[in-house]
Design a protein around this ligand. Sequence first.
Ligand code: S3P
Length: 427
Amino acid sequence: MIIRHTSSPLKGELSIPGDKSISHRSIMLGALSDGLTEATNFLTGADCLSTISCFRQMGIEIEQSGSHVLVRGKGLHGLKAPSAVLDAGNSGTTVRLLSGILAGQPFTSVITGDSSIQKRPMKRIMTPLQLMNAQIHSVNNNGCAPLEISSANLRAVDYSSPVASAQVKSCIMLAGLYADGITSVTEPVVSRNHSELMLRYFGAEVSTCGRTVSVKPEPVLTGQKVNVPGDISSAAYFIAAALLVPGSEVLLRNVGINPTRDGMLRVCSAMGADITRVNEDLSGAEPCADLLIRSSALKATVIEGEIIPTLIDELPVIAVLAAFADGTTIIRDAAELKVKESDRIAVMTENLKRIGCDVEATDDGMIIHGGKMLHGAAIDSRKDHRIAMSFAVAALACDGEMNIQDGDCVKISYPGFYEDLNSLVQP
Ligand code: S3P
C-alpha cells in the first residue's frame, strides 16, 4: 500500500466503526444468554468475524448483515461441542476470552489461530484457569495455542494477576460464571472494563472494588440490544492524522470514551493537542462522544504507569505523534507491547528509524527524539494492523511516499481504513 504526503489539510467527518473489544463481547455474552441479542455498529473486522465463526461451530445461530448482528442465545449451558478445531485467526481476544468459557463446558475442544497467535503467550490464562481446576494444556507444550480444553468442575478463586490485561481478567471472569462460588481477579493496574460493564448489562452480578473485580456464578443472562460505540483505538489514527497535518479540522462521531480506554486523549492534551469532546452520551453502559480535532503543534511528554493499559493499543500511533513532536518523549512500563500481534517495541523502532526518526528501544518502551524532518520509506508492517495504520498516518506528514508492506492487514480491525483516510484528504 502506497500513501503519499498531503499538502492540503484534512477536513470532514467520519463515523468510527464499532469497538473491537465490545463487538467480541456482544457475541460471547449473546451466545450465553437466553433470547435474542441484537448488536448494531458491530465491527466487521476479521477478528470479530473469527469470534462469530467459533460460536457458530458451537451451535449458536448468528445472523450477520454488515454491522447488524443477531445472536440467538442458548443460555449459559447451551453450547454444543464443536466438531472441528476452533479457529481464532489473528485474534488474541477470541482465544483468551473463549478459553475461559470453554473451561466451563462439559466437552473437549481445541482452539488455535494463525502463525502470530501460535506465538502469543497463553500461560497467563492457563495458570489461573488451572488454579480453577480447569483442564487446559498447550498441545505443543510451548505455552501457546493450540490449546486443548476439556470438561472439569471449576473452583472459584481469588486470583492476583501479574499482568494488567483485560483479556486475562475477562477469561477468568467468564470461567467464573461456571465456578462453585464467587471468583475474584485483582490486577496490578486497572485494565479496560468492558466485560464488567457488559456482564452487568446482561444480568450478571459483578462487583468492582479498586483493582479487584468479583463475579457470582450461574447468572441468568438475558439477550440485549448492544449499540457498539466507535472504537477509540480506530479513532486514534484520525486523531493523529488531523493533529499532524497543518490546517486540519476533523469531526469523529460516536467514539467510545470509557475512562479505561481514553488514555490517548489525555496524552494528546499533555502534548498540546486541540481536541474537544462534544455530545457526550451513554451507549448502553458505555460512555461515548463526538471528537473535534484541530491540527496542533505538539510537544514531547512522558507516558508511564497507570495510564499504560488505557492506551496500550494506541502506543504505536502515539509513537508516530512523538516522532513529529518537539522534544524527547519517553514511553515506559509498556513491556506488554512486545507480546501483541507483533513485538511492537521492536517493529515500531525499526520502522521509525527507516523514516528518519531518532528513536531507541528500551526493555519496556521507547525513547523518541522528535521534531526531525521525516521522509517516506518502505515499512514492514509484519502483518500487524496497528503498525500499518500508524505509518499510513505518518505518511501524510512525511516527505515523499510510504510503501507499507502487507498493508491489507488493516482488515483485522478496520476493513475500510484506507477509504476513510482518503475521504478526509482534500483532492
Ligand atoms: C483487549 C485487551 C487488550 C488489547 C486487545 C483487546 C480486549 O489486550 O490489547 O487489543 O478486548 O480485552 P490485553 O488485555 O492482553 O492487554
